[in-house]
Design a protein around this ligand. Structure first.
Ligand code: FAD
Length: 449
């Protein structure tokens, strides 16, 4: 490094690792031959929710994870359980029709309710709070789309809880003047995601569910009327298998062409030092979670220990690279100029699984092999729901999840070319975000700061 070069910015343990009150759950690897009715691969939110619902139904199951429970996206995310899909309700209704969209509206409520019910059942100390979520309009067109959503929900779902915040109110509740307005849903919840994952794994272990960390499943072979899952030093024989490996599905080559149906994309996060009382009363003063409407979405919130957590697009290859963190620091300073001198104490990344239609999917890949993956940046609540639904499928129940059902979920053509493809899409999105901002400035439709 030459004199005058900026210091490289290194990744550090996440703020969740730093503040977790629940100890890391290892759960030793199994030994020898083990028999079980259902084997769940992956101990993130999806796998743990599936295990919880199998346990609740009195079914025998065992969970295997290549790492510790909560190691993947589940222990690294923003902890924001929101009641919107990536696409707004009015746009969904145009694409899928009113009836399907009503079904989706009901499912997303159920998703957050499922999270709350698991927290309550096991009394998991994870700072669960229905603190509300702001969808912040980054352009006039985005604000118009949010207005349509509010109208659609009132007219078709009888849901008059979400409402539009005009410019001044949005500036007041977000603590920043950069957005055109917003949409608020007070039913959204915030959690400490790593405490939730560890707390649930520990509660299930106490309830008698076998949870094995450090147990990468290296192969799944058909055997009689079930499957053999080969992991380090052991073979697990199971009648049924649930794959809950999401963006980390390519850790091992498990077959079934599941990894080819998603594109793993990195999301990076920074967190400041704890804010002072004055800063706390200026930044998201009512404790809301926030996601903006940019194509390359940013999300932020105040953590239970009073830091600003600020996340957004990371490196395309999922690496912890300085450029991702530097970009987030610049955006944080532009959004909250009063925090520009506050130290950034944590920087980390994780992978989300993006699908072509922006929905997660669940289904059956082969007789008795089920999956639930592909949440993009909306998995905190939806993984609880899909974990429940995939457990029901493994118990033999039929499940209706609209566009989230697996029928249309096929391997992506030219999946091998996903990296240059994503680079092109990211450039296009960045350009679209810039263009929207420029059009708004030219029209001068909202007060400028
Ligand atoms: C930085 C970041 C911020 C996010 N913020 C939000 C947010 O605020 N709100 C929101 O709704 N969503 C958010 N998300 C998305 C959300 O975190 C995920 O959708 C959700 O956690 C997915 O849970 P999962 O259990 O399906 O996958 P994961 O938690 O990723 O778990 C997959 C597990 O599978 C294991 N595994 C993989 N292969 C094998 C194998 N062969 N054998 C054994 N184990 C294996 C891995 O070790 C891993 O533990 C965010 C994601 C990231 C990365």
């Amino acid at each position: 490094m030459r004199a005058g070069d900026p210091m490289p910015i290194a990744a550090s343990p996440s703020v969740w690792e730093h503040t977790a009150t629940s100890p890391r759950i290892q759960g030793a690897a199994p030994a020898g031959d083990v028999h079980v009715e259902t084997a769940v691969v992956g101990a993130g939110f999806t796998g743990l929710s599936a295990a919880h619902h199998l346990w609740k139904a009195g079914r025998e199951c065992l969970v295997l994870d290549a790492n510790a429970p909560g190691w993947g996206a589940s222990g690294r995310n923003g902890g924001m359980a929101v009641l919107r899909y990536k696409t707004g309700f009015a746009a969904l209704a145009r694409k899928y029709g009113a009836e399907t969209t009503l079904g989706l509206h009901g499912l997303i409520q159920e998703a957050v309710d499922t999270l709350e019910s698991i927290v309550t059942t096991h009394r998991i100390p994870c700072s669960f709070r229905r603190c509300g979520h702001l969808t912040a309009a980054s352009s006039e067109a985005a604000l118009a789309a949010l207005r349509e959503d509010v109208q659609w929900l009132r007219a078709h779902a009888g849901d008059d809880v979400p409402r539009i915040l005009e410019y001044d109110e949005m500036a007041r509740v977000s603590g920043t003047a950069v957005y055109r307005g917003g949409y608020v849903d007070p039913r959204a919840a915030g959690i400490h995601p790593l405490d939730y994952a560890r707390g649930l794994a520990s509660a299930l272990q106490k309830a008698g569910v076998r949870i094995h960390g450090q147990s990468p499943v290296e192969r799944i072979d058909r055997s009689g009327d079930g499957y053999r899952l080969v992991t380090r030093g052991a073979v697990v024989k199971a009648r049924r298998v649930i794959l809950a490996t999401n963006a980390y599905t390519d850790l091992e080559k498990l077959g079934f062409r599941l990894a080819q149906r998603i594109v793993p994309v990195a999301s990076s996060v920074i967190a400041t030092a704890p804010l002072t009382d004055a800063q706390r009363s200026a930044v998201l003063p009512q404790g809301h979670l926030l996601t903006d409407t940019r194509k390359l979405t940013n999300y932020f919130r105040v953590t239970p220990d009073g830091r600003l957590l600020f996340g957004g697009r990371g490196d395309l290859l999922g690496r912890d690279v300085p450029a991702s963190f530097r970009g987030l620091e610049d955006l944080l300073a532009a959004t909250y100029p009063m925090l520009k001198d506050v130290a950034i104490e944590h920087r980390w990344s994780g992978k989300v699984a993006v699908t072509l239609d922006d929905f997660p999917h669940l289904g059956e890949l082969a007789p008795g092999v089920f999956f639930a993956i592909g949440y993009g940046g909306r998995g905190v609540a939806l993984s609880q729901l899909l974990g429940r639904l995939v457990a029901a499928m493994a118990c033999g129940s039929a499940v209706a999840a609209g566009p989230m059902s697996g029928a249309s979920f096929r391997p992506i053509p030219l999946h091998g070319l996903r990296v240059p493809g994503m680079q092109a899409v990211a450039t296009w999105y960045r350009w679209r975000d810039l263009l929207s901002a420029r059009q708004d400035r030219a029209g001068s439709v909202a007060p400028q700061t």
